[in-house]
Design a protein around this ligand. Structure first.
Ligand code: ATP
Ligand code: MG
Length: 437
């Protein structure tokens, strides 16, 4: 199920709220709860507490701009009290927080069978399964009078009776969830898929080479899903080109910040390095030389920021600079491990992921990318390392790196959600107005 799908399902569930009865509506809202389920964290036997604590922190951070209530760990789940925030919006945001496998919006019933069945009846007032259904019961409080199969059978009977829909235990079209805890029963319909993986902050820190393209933001998001805190570095060619790629990098870094409190983004002016390469390096080797120098500068910045690895958005064979031979030449320039999480993904998969994560629309905006500056029409597809190293020896590499690092700047970008809540101009893709401008 796509991330947006949950929301549609939640809405059909919400329809049963009686219209025009203000007090009832308020009461309904108070009886709602968002439940976040995790998956991989469960495997972390000894460290589960630390992983869960990190997840709770990250969830609170993602929800900070919303007027939502308490976020608590309960029976291997995390519950969020919606407060006056829209539960669907809470789900939409939490679906992008690494570590959460899926989410549901539950109605909270009294911990007895009559209340549960009354709620199930009310649910069918505004809802009809799209085909078959099944009921799944989790009885976290073993003191409850009935066992799971019996609870499921009784809820299923009411649903079948009132909607006429068939039960299908194997491949149901809809799943109704019942979760029994000590002082309540949670009833929910369908689940929104989250991005899964592990909470950011549990897997070290890495520095992402972030262009304004489609691939590199996805590479960063995939590593965040493995628990990595992701800093970013963007190379631009201002003043040879305009600032459009910097703007995009900022906006992309802000989307990455949805899953981590803020993204540290380094800006490196690369135009001087490129013009030196143009002066000294044969045309077919220039793209690889740019990449090698980016990697070397990034390693220096990574060391300063205590990042233990680099991340790039390369995918095997996607373009001339990403053949196996050329990837090896690029990697040889790196003093730190260079992670390429998209290596085995095709463009369609990457694009789908970018759409779901809201980076796609930013990435496809036109910009003046530094890689379009001084780029040969026919780059080498199988550059020999000796040729590249010989060409590199004609450059004063250390001086170029020193100058680029020296002139680089970094900033911390809050998530676009937080920027919007604070009314900051970057949220709309505009440059902040500089002092004196
Ligand atoms: P992307 O869509 O991420 O730009 P791409 O398929 O266009 O990737 P290239 O442009 O060859 O591929 O870049 C390969 C990788 O090099 C990028 O994924 C990114 O990690 C890094 N890179 C390229 N240009 C820049 C840049 N201007 N700043 C930072 N990193 C860059
Ligand atoms: Mg690119």
């Amino acid at each position: 199920m796509a991330w947006g799908d949950i929301v549609a399902r939640g809405r059909s569930f919400a329809k049963r709220v009686p219209v025009g009865l203000g007090s009832v509506v308020v009461a309904e809202e108070q009886r709602r709860l968002v439940i976040a389920h995790y998956n991989e964290i469960t495997l972390k036997l000894g460290n589960r507490g630390a992983f869960t604590a990190r997840l709770l922190d990250n969830m609170r951070q993602a929800l900070a701009p919303l007027p939502s209530g308490a976020v608590r760990s309960q029976d291997g789940r995390v519950t969020v009290v919606p407060g006056s925030a829209d539960p669907e919006e809470i789900c939409r945001r939490l679906a992008q927080v690494p570590g959460i496998a899926n989410l549901s919006v539950a109605t909270v019933c009294e911990p007895d069978m009559d209340s549960l069945l009354a709620e199930v009846e009310r649910m069918t007032d505004g809802w009809q399964p799209a085909g078959s259904f099944r009921v799944r019961v989790r009885r976290a409080w073993k003191g409850f009078a009935l066992e799971s199969p019996e609870i499921g059978a009784r809820v299923g009977a009411v649903l079948a009776d009132r909607t006429g829909a068939p039960v299908n235990l194997g491949r149901p079209d809809e799943v109704v969830y019942v979760h029994v805890v000590r002082d309540a029963i949670y009833l929910s319909l369908g689940r929104v898929q989250g991005c899964g993986g592990l909470p950011v902050g549990t897997g070290g820190r890495a520095l992402l080479l972030l262009s304004g393209g489609i691939d590199s933001p996805v590479a960063g998001l995939r590593m965040m899903r493995r628990g990595c805190r992701v800093d970013a570095v963007h190379f631009h060619s201002v003043p040879y080109l305009d600032r459009s790629s910097m703007r995009k990098a900022r906006r992309l870094a802000a989307v990455l910040a949805r899953g981590q409190s803020a993204t540290r983004l380094h800006m490196v002016a690369f135009g001087e390095v490129q013009s030196e390469v143009v002066r000294k390096v044969p045309r077919p080797l220039r793209v690889l030389m740019y990449r090698r120098l980016m990697v070397k500068i990034a390693c220096r910045l990574a060391n300063q920021g205590k990042a233990a690895a680099l991340i790039s958005g390369e995918s095997l064979g996607q373009v001339a600079s990403q053949t196996m031979a050329n990837l090896a030449v690029i990697e040889q320039a790196a003093e730190l491990p260079l992670y390429r999480p998209l290596l085995g993904m095709d463009k369609l998969e990457i694009t789908d992921y970018a759409r779901e994560a809201d980076t796609y629309d930013i990435s496809i905006e036109p910009d003046q990318d530094c890689c379009t500056l001084f780029v040969p029409r026919h780059p080498a597809t199988r550059a020999a390392l000796e040729d590249v190293l010989r060409a590199e020896a004609s450059l004063d590499v250390e001086a170029l790196i020193d100058a680029a690092v020296e002139a680089s700047e970094y900033e911390y970008l809050k998530s676009d959600w937080e920027q919007q809540a604070a009314g900051l101009p970057e949220a709309a893709g505009r440059e902040p107005v500089e002092a004196g401008a």
